[in-house]
Design a protein around this ligand. Sequence first.
Ligand SMILES: Nc1ncnc2c1ncn2[C@@H]1O[C@H](COP(=O)(O)OP(=O)(O)O)[C@@H](O)[C@H]1O
Ligand SMILES: [Mg+2]
Length: 221
Amino acid sequence: MITVKDLTKTFTSAAEPVVAVDDVSFSIPDGTFASIIGRSGSGKSTLLALLGGLDQPTSGTITVGDHVISSESDRALIDYRRSTVGFVFQDFNLISNMSALENTMLPMEFAKVPKQQRLARATELLNQVGLEGEKQHRRPSKLSGGEQQRVAIARSLANQPKIILADEPTGNLDSKTGKVIIDLLKSLITDGTTVIVVTHDRSLADKTDIVFELEDGQLIA
Ligand SMILES: Nc1ncnc2c1ncn2[C@@H]1O[C@H](COP(=O)(O)OP(=O)(O)O)[C@@H](O)[C@H]1O
Ligand SMILES: [Mg+2]
């Protein structure tokens, strides 16, 4: 279960402080496919970054399982990001001089998984997301956008995370490929993984179990 209580994030860097996430509360049971929708600037990415332990809230709490991640040390957060969360981004964020396989193995290298195991698991994950055979040895520039996002999803799954956080994963894809990627993300929840996807496409959000709608940092639905 992910429980968010009275969560607020205020940025004070600009002349006027910006309340990017404004007193938001909700909970998401394990194995849920959830979406966060809202206009540009409504606080979606900030909320996702807080859930992923990439940023700290100004106030409020985030509890993931037994961990109150909003009050954990930097060191514990590094561990949380590495072992509990998988991230997927709009621009794929793959490493350009590494093959699909190498990109997928990288998080396992950080987690000190032995080489043979890394290779076997990366191959299996890429097969699972539908990137097979010779394509696994290609660099990102030799793959289509949809294929690159499949690699990013395989990579996000490398360390068997409990939560996948995807920020506009279909933003750079045509609508047909976007649907395929959303269906792929949906298929991941079968084993109890929670998937939270940010989108501003209502038709994609309608495919999820719960839709959270943000407006000016506030949860309106
Ligand atoms: N690092 C930052 N410093 C200052 N303001 C920020 C920062 N990140 C986001 N914001 C502001 O917070 C608000 C929400 O941004 P964001 O979470 O990126 O929205 P969304 O992902 O819904 O487009 C915006 O007004 C944005 O300008
Ligand atoms: Mg955003």
